[in-house]
Design a protein around this ligand. Structure first.
Ligand SMILES: Nc1ncnc2c1ncn2[C@@H]1O[C@H](COP(=O)(O)OP(=O)(O)OP(=O)(O)O)[C@@H](O)[C@H]1O
Ligand SMILES: [Mg+2]
Length: 358
């Protein structure tokens, strides 16, 4: 299969709300998704993910800007000529057709010879392990199987770009995990460009080469899952991805490899990166895994909650007037503290992160 890059230049979508007022669902989006890349649009409900995807697919006109597949501007190209297919949350299978008929449907419309059609369908059924279900009707399949058929139906068309809008949200938690792996493996195997929409951050982190975090119609940050998690560029991103505790403070010293941050609770030393200078107002981001406990630690805090979660102990402590949460992994080998205990906190400077206060 061939794959293509997808480029968005200053793409805007304006809708009219119920009072006739113009609202930007998507505003000035600049984005490049490379050939064969798995990119995920991630963000809270209403931030513009589906609208962006539908503009890429051609289901929605764009109000302003340009969209390219490879070097070709596709603004005026209709969805069925756009060399991409979309997999929906609701599968959208034809209920009165067998699995085989569902998958072959698009090829029939293309007026392909029976021989070629069968070859292509067989190949996809092999890849996707669907051979034994060929003659079944969609309502005789589980949700996961139906979604695999929907995926096969999209792939058999050999598009250069595959689009997904929350394809796993109708499945139960366990199946979602399996399907995640399956979609990712399949995408890598056929080398297709994939653009995936979800509001589930762990789905985005585990599947993507590139994560595009959106908020209120705009892009907050684009990066690898590691960059987004470890080096969020805004408080919104830090808060949306994983769990984070925030301390407001000021940079009081910048050395070659360290930043020193003064907050009202304590002085923190952070491994240096980015461009910060003395006097900058900042927000210190402390992830739940950045803390360990030590009886002698100088940063004393009071335990307000201690919950055993199996692989980790979840703590909430009050540290000089501010509540914050962290986890101790593999608590079996550690002393477990209870509500009311006083503990000493040790912060791992490599896991701390600083954001400029805007
Ligand atoms: N056809 C439309 N007419 C008017 N407003 C619309 C239309 N479609 C979307 N919107 C508005 O545009 C904004 C973005 O919607 P969109 O569906 O892209 O969000 P989303 O990120 O996909 O959210 P969700 O996670 O809930 O699916 C929302 O405020 C929505 O109400
Ligand atoms: Mg949506």
């Amino acid at each position: 299969m061939s794959s293509k890059s997808v480029t968005l230049k200053k793409v805007t979508k304006t809708f009219e709300d119920d009072h006739g007022k113009q609202v930007h669902a998507v505003e000035d989006i600049d984005l490049v998704i490379k050939e064969g890349e798995f990119a995920t649009l991630l963000g809270p409900s209403g931030c513009g993910k589906t609208t962006t995807l539908r503009m890429i697919a051609g289901f929605e006109d764009i109000s302003n800007g340009d969209i390219y597949f490879g070097n070709e501007n596709v603004n005026k190209i209709s969805p069925n000529k756009r060399d991409c297919t979309m997999v929906f949350q609701s599968y959208a299978l034809f209920p009165h057709m067998t699995v085989y008929e569902n998958v072959v449907y698009g090829l029939k419309i293309k007026k392909m010879s029976k021989e070629d059609m069968d070859k292509k369908v067989d190949a996809i059924f092999d890849i996707m392990n669907l051979n034994m279900h060929k003659e079944r009707m969609p309502n005789q399949l589980s949700g996961g199987q139906q979604q695999r058929v929907a995926l096969a139906r999209a792939l058999v068309m050999e598009p250069s770009v595959l689009l997904f809008d929350e394809p796993l949200s109708n499945l139960d938690a366990k199946l979602r995990l399996t399907m995640r792996d399956e979609i990712r493996r399949l995408q890598q195997r056929v080398g297709i460009t994939a653009i995936y929409v979800t509001h589930d951050q762990s789905e985005a982190m585990s599947m993507s080469d590139k994560v595009i975090v959106m908020n209120k119609g705009k892009i907050e940050q684009i990066g690898t899952p590691q960059e987004i998690y470890q080096r969020p560029s805004t408080k919104f991103v830090a808060d949306f991805i994983g769990t984070a505790n925030f301390f407001e403070g000021e940079i009081i010293e910048v050395t070659l490899d360290e930043l020193v941050v003064q907050t009202s609770q304590a002085t923190f030393t952070v491994a240096s990166y980015g461009s910060f200078k003395k006097g900058d107002s900042v927000i210190l981001v402390v992830r739940p895994e950045a803390v360990s406990l030590n009886e002698e630690g100088t940063y004393k805090a009071k335990v307000t909650k201690s919950v055993f979660m199996g692989q980790l102990q979840e703590y909430e402590v009050n540290f000089k007037g501010q509540d914050f949460q962290f986890n101790v992994y593999n608590p079996m080998g550690e002393k477990v503290y209870q509500e009311g205990d006083t503990v000493g906190l040790v912060f791992n400077k490599n896991s701390l992160h600083v954001i400029k206060k805007s």
